[in-house]
Design a protein around this ligand. Structure first.
Ligand SMILES: [Zn+2]
Length: 467
């Protein structure tokens, strides 16, 4: 269908039928992104006050929390209130869901699940306002790259929840809204070759997916001398995993457009996104992001801490100081693009993905995987750390001629990991395949040694919230 018809008629109509004011919110976001930081902060203050009022009148859990802490939401400064509230974790949401839910939210609470494969799925509720704001934020950030609502978009996606919904109605809707969904679960030479044909025929303006799946696809195409021949592509949007420099290079070599990283999650919503200047902007109009240390105190600028999120438009289940389990660096500078939206350093991955050294310090996963990257014979690998801190490295060796298993230097891997992490047991084993997580993601580092830290390893990303 013509993008203009989708943009101006079909999509707004669908959103209205679903009771969501997505396009009105989008217009608001388009204006407010250019406001000064101070004006955006006062918008946050207003929204935060409303959120506290809603939470206090409709959610038993918050009402008693405010009483316990002697907080007067009508009198006290909302930001000062925020600073003294405890952080909200998944466990509390699981146990206190009824007390946390605002049953009288406009349009009613909508049940929502995260489909993590860690055995820690989370059920909670969202509302039309939250969905609409998350969706509007996504449309806004895509427009930064010349991608407009209604433009053709390919999803290379593999979330089990999403696939289940691939019924006829959904496929019809996808056609109506110019979307093409391709299954990221089953990437093999046959399917990838077919995908390239389908993408070329569809000629999308943007492509969206996990960096790992898209890189696998791009690597296959490059290795088989296939070219990206479609004309209209303006950006490749990646999300759900940390995208590394090598992946960016491969993607940009094949697609030859900006590779843009977005950060969000199914539970937390749409949180931050890269702009054309390469900075990661927080969606300040919709969320408040704090970067906190283990004790819940703000980290010093330039250092890394946990992203703790307050979703200003989540009215069904107020997410106030929600622990995302993701890490990023705190920044207080501004971006040259002129937007008033604040910045964070690149999201560094899940806390659960950090390895624990012999002396108990957290090691960034990238530190451990460099040695693996250098060995050409390694096709795929996974570093798994147990609770006792012992490590097993699984390796799939390349079947390319000349790149035999002999090239995988087990001893070097062990020495390198011990050099970085101290004297811990390390074993290396060769496997035929490494299964992809249910969500379709490739996880290079999995650690069960990070105790006392809420695990949030596998997430479906925000794609489902916004589709
Ligand atoms: Zn910017």
């Amino acid at each position: 269908m013509h993008p203009g018809i989708v943009r101006h008629i079909v999509s707004p109509l669908l959103e209205r039928l679903l009771g969501r004011r997505t396009f009105r919110f989008l217009r608001e976001l388009e204006t407010s992104q250019w406001w000064s930081a101070q004006r955006i902060r006062s918008l946050q203050e207003t929204k935060l006050r409303t959120l506290f009022e809603l939470a206090s009148s409709n959610c038993d859990w918050y009402r008693s929390l405010f009483a316990q802490l002697d907080i007067n939401i009508h009198r006290d400064d909302p930001f000062a209130i925020l600073r003294i509230l405890p952080r909200l974790d998944k466990q509390t949401i699981r146990e206190q869901q009824a007390a946390l839910t605002n049953a009288s939210v406009e349009g009613g609470p909508i049940p929502f699940n995260t489909g993590g494969s860690t055995g820690e799925p989370l059920s909670f509720v969202v509302d039309r306002r939250r969905i609409a704001f998350d969706k509007a934020a996504r449309l806004l950030t895509h427009s930064w790259f010349g991608v407009q609502p209604g433009d053709r978009e390919v999803y290379l996606w593999g979330s089990p929840l999403e696939l289940r919904r691939q019924d006829r109605v959904k496929r019809f809707r996808d056609r109506l809204t110019n979307e093409l969904l391709l299954d990221a679960f089953h990437l093999n030479p046959q399917s990838m070759s077919r995908y390239l044909d389908r993408i070329t025929a569809f000629d999308p303006v943007s492509i969206f997916g996990y960096p790992s799946s898209l890189t696998t696809f791009a690597e296959y195409c490059l290795a088989t001398n296939k070219r990206y021949g479609a004309k209209k592509l303006r950006a490749v949007f990646v999300t759900g995993e940390v995208v590394n420099a090598a992946q960016r290079a491969t993607l940009s070599q094949f697609f030859n457009v900006p590779i843009v990283d977005g950060y969000g999650s199914r539970d937390g919503g749409f949180i931050a996104h890269e702009c054309p200047h390469g900075s990661t902007h927080v969606m300040d109009q919709n969320v408040i992001v704090e970067i906190l240390d283990d004790d819940g105190q703000p980290v010093v600028e330039g250092t890394s801490g946990e992203i703790v999120l307050t979703h200003l438009d989540a009215h069904a289940l107020p997410l106030i100081r929600y622990r995302t389990g993701d890490m990023a660096t705190r920044r207080s500078d501004r971006c040259g693009c002129g937007r008033g939206l604040s910045l964070i350093g690149p999201v560094e991955g899940r806390r659960g993905d950090h390895l624990v050294a012999a002396d108990g310090t957290l090691a960034h996963p990238l530190a451990a995987i460099y040695v693996m990257r250098e060995m050409r014979a390694i096709k795929q690998f996974r570093i798994k750390q147990e609770r006792d801190r012992s490590i097993n490295v699984q390796i799939v060796a390349s079947d390319e001629p000349g790149a035999t298993d002999g090239y995988v230097d087990h001893k070097r891997i062990i020495t390198d990991l011990r050099r970085r992490l101290g004297p811990i047991p390390v074993s290396v084993s060769k496997v035929a395949t490494i299964p992809v997580a249910k969500s379709g993601k490739h996880l290079h580092v999995i650690s069960d040694a990070v105790l006392g830290i809420q695990k949030n390893r596998i997430d479906d990303g925000y794609a489902e919230d916004v589709r």
